[in-house]
Design a protein around this ligand. Structure first.
Ligand code: TRH
Length: 371
């Protein structure tokens, strides 16, 4: 079997999703028997270091977990292009590198943003004609078999279940991110753990207001800098814990062990789906509210009841008043158990889809065979 070598280009436009997706993809590709080399080009090593502590922000070239990482600067040193070049989110490799791709006859993949809209099925794996003669294709992640699928390591479900089977690991993780011992004890006694990763315009105060009315106490875990003003709303019922940024592996475990996850953007949404717990998604805002169309497309694919659709829309439009009562209702009795079982069921259904890295490798292998 001829093994594949990949270049992945990542431009950090905003936040952590660009590098989050590229780093997960790089790690998954290097673990596959079909892969020989992975070289990841990143323009912003400081953002990268927030989610991967081993990154040396001053290094032009470094290796982490057998992945070569290059700082993508204005004038990168000339190198030979690998057989497959993945351009994440249309970030456009440098002109000199495209020349090197022509010399290597590289296969060029434009990895697109995730969407649940049905039009992506017709664009997925379509060619994009290049004046250079290079073979270039669109590759769309998605929620159906006619797309590239979702990023998922083959062992994510057993890894999650094994980790959850040993509660001591959960308490250890919570202590490691600095949750005070009395709050860990609170969770051990049946308190609710909620993870909050959102954008600054989310109605997070309405969430806390509503949680303050609940009988069950909450430990609300918020990554540092995500919603700094929220801590002033802390009460006896709701403890707000601001945590330091952690590795993707620890991030995933926090999602696995929380009762309810608020996630945002692209990568944390997918990880919350693998957690199989109730989730509230804040989509990345786009011009002219086009993100609301994407949100609706995603909701339409979900098994969630209309009340959860409404709650998700209020979270995304910032409707504090509506969200306060919707989240209150969603956390009650049968509504909550329904939300839990729908989430677990959707997670199971989605794990039956081919995952993105496997789809990508089989697509590239086919293209390489056909020349
Ligand atoms: O940070 P984001 O809002 O990124 C966004 C979206 O991807 C959006 O779609 C995109 O267009 C925009 O960037 C440019 O949300 P996202 O996608 O969930 O990425 C967060 C990443 O950060 C994810 O890989 C998880 C990781 N992370 C950690 O590893 N540790 C942490 O402590 C935290 C808080 C996040």
């Amino acid at each position: 079997m001829a093994r594949l070598s990949f270049d992945i280009f990542c431009r950090v436009v905003d936040n952590f999703g660009d590098i989050g997706v590229c780093w997960r993809l790089a790690k998954q590709l290097i673990a596959m028997p079909e892969t020989h080399n992975v070289r990841l080009w990143v323009d912003d090593l400081h953002s990268f270091m927030r989610i991967e502590r081993r990154i040396d922000t001053s290094a032009g070239q470094q290796w982490v977990d057998a992945i070569e990482i290059r700082h993508w600067t204005e004038q990168p040193n000339p190198v030979q292009a690998h057989d497959i070049v993945i351009e994440a989110f249309a970030c456009e490799p440098p002109a000199a590198f495209i020349d090197a791709m022509v010399t290597s006859n590289s296969l060029w993949i434009n990895l697109e943003y995730l969407s649940a809209e049905s039009w992506i099925e017709t664009c997925h794996a379509m060619p994009s004609t290049q004046a250079t003669g290079l073979r270039k294709y669109f590759f769309f992640p998605g929620f159906t078999p006619a797309t590239g699928g979702l990023l998922r390591e083959p062992d994510v479900v057993p890894a999650r279940d094994n980790w959850l089977a040993d509660p001591a690991l959960r308490w250890e993780l919570l202590r490691a991110i600095g949750v005070p011992p009395p709050q860990v004890e609170r969770l051990q006694n049946g308190g609710r753990q909620i993870f909050l990763f959102c954008y600054p315009d989310a109605p997070a105060q309405a969430l806390v207001r509503s949680l303050n009315q609940q009988v069950t106490p909450t430990v609300l875990i918020v990554p540092s800098g995500v919603y700094p003003s929220l801590s002033s709303h802390q009460s006896d019922i709701v403890h707000i814990h601001e945590m330091p940024f952690v590795s993707q592996a620890a991030f995933d475990r926090l999602l696995w062990s929380s009762d309810l996850n608020f996630v945002r953007g692209e990568d944390s949404l997918v990880r919350a789906l693998w957690a199989g717990k109730p989730l509230v998604w804040q989509i990345y805002a786009q011009e002219a509210n086009s993100h609301m169309i994407k949100l609706q497309a995603w909701l339409d694919r979900s098994p969630y009841k209309p009340q959860i659709h409404q709650l998700m829309k209020s979270w995304n439009t910032g409707d504090q008043e509506a969200f306060t009562s919707q989240i209150h209702d969603a956390l009650q009795g049968i509504n909550w158990t329904q939300w839990q079982s729908d989430s677990a069921q959707w997670s199971r259904t989605l794990t039956n889809l081919p995952d993105l890295a496997t789809s990508l490798v089989s697509f590239c292998t086919q293209q390489q065979r056909s020349g």
